[in-house]
Design a protein. Structure first.
Length: 280
C-alpha cells in the first residue's frame, strides 16, 4: 500500500479522507452491486482490459512511426478502438484475441500481419518481446467493447455491420472517401508488406476505392432522393451522400490530421488513453 507518511499525523485530514471513502466510494460500489450482482468485479476487469488494449495501441503506433509506414496507417493505429482486439481473461490468466464486431477482415489481417512483423523485427534485433502471449480461439469470440473509432476509412468497417438498418448513423462516423487496406486475396505470403501499402492517399484510393465501395450500401455519387427536401438534417434510408461536397471537407481534415501527427512526433502532444466506453 502506497501511503504518504507526511500526513500520518494529520488526524483531521485522515478522518475526512476516511469519511469520503466510506460514504462515497464504498457506498457507490454497494449501490451498484445491489442492483447487479458481480458489477464491481466486472468493472475492475473492464478497466484492466482497457489499459491492456491501450498499451497494444501505443505499441503498434510507435512501430509504424519508427518504420515510416504511410500516415494513414499511423492515424488508424493511434485509436485504441481500431487496432486492439485482445482482452485479458483473469480466469485463464492469458490474453484472448477477440473479434471486433465492426472490424472488416481486411483491417483485421493488417493488424495481424503488423503483430507478426513486430515480433520478427524484435527477434532479429535480439530484443525480448514486450507483447503478451495471446490465444486465438478456433471459434471467433465477439469482443464486449462496442465503441467504434470515428472517421476511420470505409473499408475498416465490416460490410455486414455497416449495412445494418441503422446505417444512417454510421454514414456520419465512417470516412466514405477513403480506402486504406489491401484486400486479403492480394496479400503476399509470409506476412510481407504489400507494395501498394506504400502508396500515398490519392494513389491508393485511385486503385482500390471503386472496388471497395461496392460492398457497402452507399451511392458513389449524388443523385435525386425522396428525402432531399427534409428539414431535419438526418440521413434517410434512401438518401445518398454528396461525396463531391465531402471531398472539399476531406482536404481540410487531412491538413489538420497531418498537422497533429507532426506535433505528436515532435513531442508537442502526448498521447493520452482513450476514455473507457461505458457501453460494455
Amino acid at each position: 500500500m502506497c501511503a504518504n507518511l507526511t500526513y500520518c499525523g494529520d488526524l483531521g485530514l485522515l478522518c475526512t479522507a476516511y469519511d469520503h471513502y466510506l460514504n462515497y466510494v464504498l457506498a457507490e460500489k454497494y449501490k451498484n452491486e445491489s442492483k447487479e450482482k458481480g458489477w464491481n468485479e466486472r468493472e475492475v476487469e473492464r478497466k484492466v482490459v482497457h489499459w491492456a488494449r491501450q498499451r497494444l495501441c501505443d505499441w503498434h503506433y510507435k512501430f509504424l512511426v519508427a518504420n515510416n509506414y504511410a500516415k494513414r496507417y499511423q492515424v488508424i493505429a493511434s485509436d485504441g478502438n481500431a487496432c486492439s482486439d485482445d482482452e485479458y481473461n483473469s480466469k485463464a490468466g492469458m490474453y484472448v484475441i477477440k473479434t471486433l464486431a465492426y472490424q472488416s477482415k481486411n483491417a483485421t489481417a493488417f493488424f495481424c500481419r503488423l503483430d507478426c512483423k513486430i515480433k520478427e523485427v524484435e527477434k532479429i534485433m535480439g530484443c525480448q518481446s514486450n507483447q503478451q502471449i495471446r490465444w486465438s480461439p478456433k471459434i471467433p469470440i465477439i469482443s464486449k467493447f462496442k465503441k467504434t473509432p470515428k472517421n476511420a476509412p470505409i473499408d475498416f468497417y465490416r460490410p455486414k455491420w455497416f449495412n445494418e438498418p441503422d446505417r444512417s448513423q454510421k454514414l456520419m462516423v465512417a470516412d466514405l472517401l477513403e480506402a486504406e487496406f489491401v484486400p486479403i486475396k492480394e496479400l503476399p505470403p509470409g506476412g510481407k508488406q504489400h507494395p501498394n501499402e506504400r502508396l500515398g492517399y490519392i494513389s491508393f484510393n485511385y486503385k482500390y476505392w471503386d472496388s471497395t465501395i461496392k460492398d457497402y450500401e452507399i451511392e458513389p455519387r449524388t443523385s435525386q432522393s425522396s428525402n432531399k427536401d427534409s428539414n431535419d438534417g438526418s440521413l434517410g434510408d434512401d438518401e445518398s451522400v454528396d461525396l463531391d461536397m465531402a471531398m472539399a471537407q476531406k482536404d481540410v481534415d487531412n491538413h489538420l490530421v497531418n498537422k497533429k501527427i507532426m506535433e505528436i512526433e515532435k513531442g508537442e502532444i502526448e498521447l493520452e488513453p482513450e476514455e473507457i466506453d461505458e457501453d460494455y
